[in-house]
Design a protein around this ligand. Structure first.
Ligand code: CTP
Length: 415
């Protein structure tokens, strides 16, 4: 592990796939941004990109097996010193060896000695990716806390297309940074939101039907609370508008509301003072047209009463469309379901455009995913077409990643 304040040590394991050539670009991104990178190619990787390329780009000699410099016990040293291990391309064979704890070269030995976060970026033919053996190995690795990115979809080595492409080097780099920052959030982030005012919404709105009943949703508010708490810990002045009854986060001004209309009033009132507005609330799109004054009773003939709904205002679109302050950053959240990751992201990109926000934090929801859970996996889309995965982690980890992304869009403060 590096000392606080020194440049992070990254072990870049390169697997034997044609996409190894793209990893040279990832290596550049890492070294040019001050990381100390030790490249550990597999023997097969050197068939695709030779040792001189890795040595020249990293400024260090590269080793592939445990017998070179054996007196230094390199696999133990590399594993201990690393702040992050990134494996790209992670071939089907490497995923299998890592999942089974095999240790037949320097890279797989290092994977067993490393105690830091591990990120794997797969690349292979679609059939190999979809094979139950590979999927089981990925599930094993993820269950152990390894971050395995989904491969991108598109043109593969030959004329074929489909899921299996190496994610873009910029995206692997962004995921690497997010993991390093999650591991040292205090050091990386202390005070970087000082002097900023942020407005956050959380929880699901409750739209009353009568004095005792409402239409609601499953949002727990936990992600919005984590967004607010992390902003406060990074020095921001935070106003949290919430429907949830979770305990107030430290150092956050909490304003409680119930309905979408109440949330809209408070948000529009507070937005002009905010440098950043984060709409993490699950706002109901519809509300009952009439709220009964008295509890709705069963009728003698048991006919269910009709519920007529009307549209709620879209608070996010309204805030994003009428920026009260220049340079304000507006962030939306989208919980989407889809038949594939790309379908989810297609819906989300259309939503970002429709709402007019700067960033959209996208969760894929399904059974046991996201709602009320303590962990979350998200992708942040930006209005310029960028797509930034945030590594799986707690909702606080995701909040750190979201604030890093917001900071990169905030204009520097005057003075
Ligand atoms: N949102 C809002 N006001 C609404 C509905 C949603 O401000 N009336 C905000 C949410 O807080 C969230 C984002 O819009 O940040 C996306 O919410 P979502 O429910 O996914 O968007 P919808 O426009 O309702 O899309 P869908 O048709 O998929 O439900």
């Amino acid at each position: 592990m590096s000392e606080a304040g020194t440049s992070p040590h990254v072990v870049l394991g390169v697997g034997g796939g044609i996409a190894a050539y793209k990893v040279a670009q990832l290596l550049r991104l890492l070294t040019e941004s001050g990381h100390q990178v030790q490249v550990v190619p597999t023997r097969a990787a050197l068939q695709f990109v030779g040792e001189p390329t890795w040595a020249a780009l990293s400024g260090r000699p590269v080793h592939t097996d445990v017998w070179q410099d054996a007196h230094e016990v390199p696999h133990v040293r590399l594993g201990r010193e690393a702040d992050l291990v990134v494996v790209a391309p992670a071939t089907a064979d490497l995923l299998a060896r890592a999942a089974h704890g095999l240790a037949d070269d320097l890279l797989t030995n290092t994977l067993l000695t490393a105690r830091c976060p591990v990120l794997m970026a797969p690349a292979m033919h679609t059939e190999m990716w979809e094979h139950p053996a590979t999927q089981a190995n990925v599930a094993t690795l993820r269950a152990r806390g390894v971050v395995v990115l989904d491969p991108a979809s598109g043109r593969l080595t030959g004329a074929d297309t489909g899921p299996g492409r190496l994610p873009e080097p910029e995206d692997i780099y962004a995921a690497s940074r997010a993991l390093l920052e999650q591991d040292a959030p205090d050091e990386a982030a202390a005070g970087d939101l000082a002097g900023r005012t942020v407005l956050v919404t959380a929880g699901g709105t409750r739209e009353p039907l009568d004095p005792v009943r409402f239409l609601g949703n499953r949002s727990s508010g936990k992600q919005g609370y984590a967004i607010a708490a992390v902003a406060a810990s990074r020095g921001a002045q935070v106003v949290l508008v919430t429907t949830s009854s979770l305990p107030d986060p430290d150092g956050v001004q909490v304003l409680r509301v119930e309905t979408a209309e109440q949330m809209r009033q408070v948000v529009l009132d507070r937005a002009p003072a905010a440098d950043v507005v984060v709409m993490a609330a699950a706002v109901a799109d519809f509300r009952p047209a009439d709220v009964a004054d008295h509890k709705i009773k069963k009728t003698d003939d048991d006919t269910p009463p009709p519920i007529v709904l009307v549209r709620n205002p879209d608070i996010l679109a309204e805030v994003a469309g009428h920026r009260a302050r220049p340079g304000q950053v507006v962030v939306g959240f989208a919980a989407e379901t889809g038949d594939s990751t790309s379908a989810v992201l297609d819906y989300a990109r259309a939503k970002l455009a429709r709402k007019g926000c700067d960033l959209l934090v996208v969760n894929e929801v399904g059974v046991d995913k996201t709602f009320g859970a303590d962990h979350n996996t998200v992708v942040v889309l930006d209005r310029d077409g960028g797509e930034h995965p945030i590594a799986r982690g707690t909702k606080a980890d995701v909040a750190q990643g979201v604030w890093n992304m917001v900071l990169s869009r905030l204009a520097p403060r005057a003075g």
